[in-house]
Design a protein around this ligand. Sequence first.
Ligand SMILES: *Cc1c(COP(=O)(O)O)cnc(C)c1O
Length: 636
Amino acid sequence: MSEWNIEEAERVYGVSQWGGGYFRIGEKGNVEVTPVPEDTSISIDFKAVIDEIREEGVQFPVVVRFHDVLRSQVASLNTIFRTTITEAGYNGQYQGVYPVKVNQMREVVEEIVEAGAPFNYGLEAGSKAELLTVLAMNTNEDSLTILNGYKDDEFMRLALLGRKLGRKIVVVVEKYSELLLLVKIAKELNIDPIIGVRAKMTVKGRGKWESSGGERAKFGLTITEIIKTARYLEEQGMAHCLKLLHFHIGSQLTDIRAVKEAMTEGARIYADLHKMGFPLDYVDVGGGLGIDYDGSNSTNESSRNYSMQEYVADVVYGMKEMCDLEDVPHPTLVSESGRAITAHHSCVVTEIVGEIKSNSASIDTEVKDGEHFFVKNMRELAETLDQQDNMQEVYNDASQYKEQALDAFKLRVLTLEELAKIETLYWHIMSHLHAYYANEEYVPEELQELDYSLSSQYLCNFSVFQSAADTWAIDQLLPVVPLTRMNERPEVNCSLVDITCDSDGKIDQFTVGREITDVLPMHKLKKDDPYYVGLFLTGAYQDVMGDMHNLFGRLNEVHIYSYDDDPQDFYIEEVVKGSSVEDVLSIMQYNPKAMASDMKRMIDRQISNGTFNPREAVRWNDFYENCLSGYTYLKP
Ligand SMILES: *Cc1c(COP(=O)(O)O)cnc(C)c1O
């Protein structure tokens, strides 16, 4: 065995691969955070963060937010667009917007608005609730506010209210009837709207969200409808209101070719509209900029084969080339990247609270008078393992004995105890085979599964449904790594299970040494030494899409800012409490106060019949009430 060191750990866990410049394994074997990639003098040891969270008495699991990472991503995207525009000799500007649906948390949106202020970076909303939010949050008059999604009368009025307040609010028409509604209300209120049209693209994205494009896409106008829109506005004397062309071909585009194709198609539509007498100011290329969740930099579904730099270059150069060929002006470019802005800034930290060992329980297998010969056969096989030279045959025999034993048990030939002995011996043989094949180059297919069936499950104090919804819903891969001890060789291969009563509540897909595996190398649990794992890149969608399956509520949140003058380079700026049991029960229409008084009555009744003395009754009442106001997760 080669020596274990940080390089080995990096090879196994690939932290720098998916870390986007923000995460790496430090010399002490802990995950380290460099929230400003250009300034590696600021480096936060995750162990120090965990220690401080514990000192503050915040219960795990927690969401840890690195606000500087969020700011860095906003700055990167805007700066890259600016430099690329200059390098390309592009005559338009970049005016990006952040789509709040990706993470609507107030602290996140506030931070993005503030970090984006120097770039006039705006917001995008896709529903009435989000529109109410962005109206209040985006107060920068020089930035754009883009409104997508389906709209009703109230939605249009709110948008026009924003126009009255002097904001650059663009209503993007998703279907033709919305246009008629918007024109009617705009005339009634006598307010000039800024109108965009969303094109239904023929090019499809690549990856899980590819159906956002194509003819059966849910959103957007066909080319015919776009022309009808332009002509209708002309008839209504409102052609000057048509300012923006929008397209969005799907999230997490895995292949850069999709971006190139969309740019060609979109730029052609823009250019021809211009030549038809509709000079639009803006082209909005939507979202889709992908994240390398598995660190493979490939077209895997959880990865992408390009960088932010390459994406931006394809947008800017793609538009420039087409405009120059068609001899039309370069429009202002807008993009709606959400995933790429927020994914890195938050992670979920949870403690391993137990180990579920698979097939390791055993009972005494001593010879017993009158035992069934199936037990004897299996025992003989187990006792002669060292003399066997064909391990495949051992496997076949053992498997056959086990199957026969199960049938015999059902036919009332074997006793329960005999069956347990056979099972014990069987798994003893399997462990032997597993150890034997660990050093062999060729492992027969059925034996490869032993890795998984003999692996442990580490029980994590969290809910997949609340904190990693896409892992459950669409098999999204998220990087999961131990936060400490990576300078020690990991000796256990295990998958992770959560504390919900749902067998879907598990994580059994990982990237290990650049391959997708069903077990993750982890460290042996030590008594009195809590072992924490981090689920990374959860800032986009995962943070806000979770549900309350089993009544596990929102997590405690710790907001971290970096601070160069601090010895640890960070401070906790805010702790936001997660849901209490009372909170989640109230959402489900319970009345926790009434429940507490009902319980009190039931407990007090036991005083009169002598089950409790009055002091005990008070203690039990307090206990019930404390649990109601407590956290929904396990208290280790
Ligand atoms: C969801 C969405 C986005 C964000 O996409 P990302 O892939 O997260 O960048 C942008 N625009 C529209 C219209 C969307 O629906």
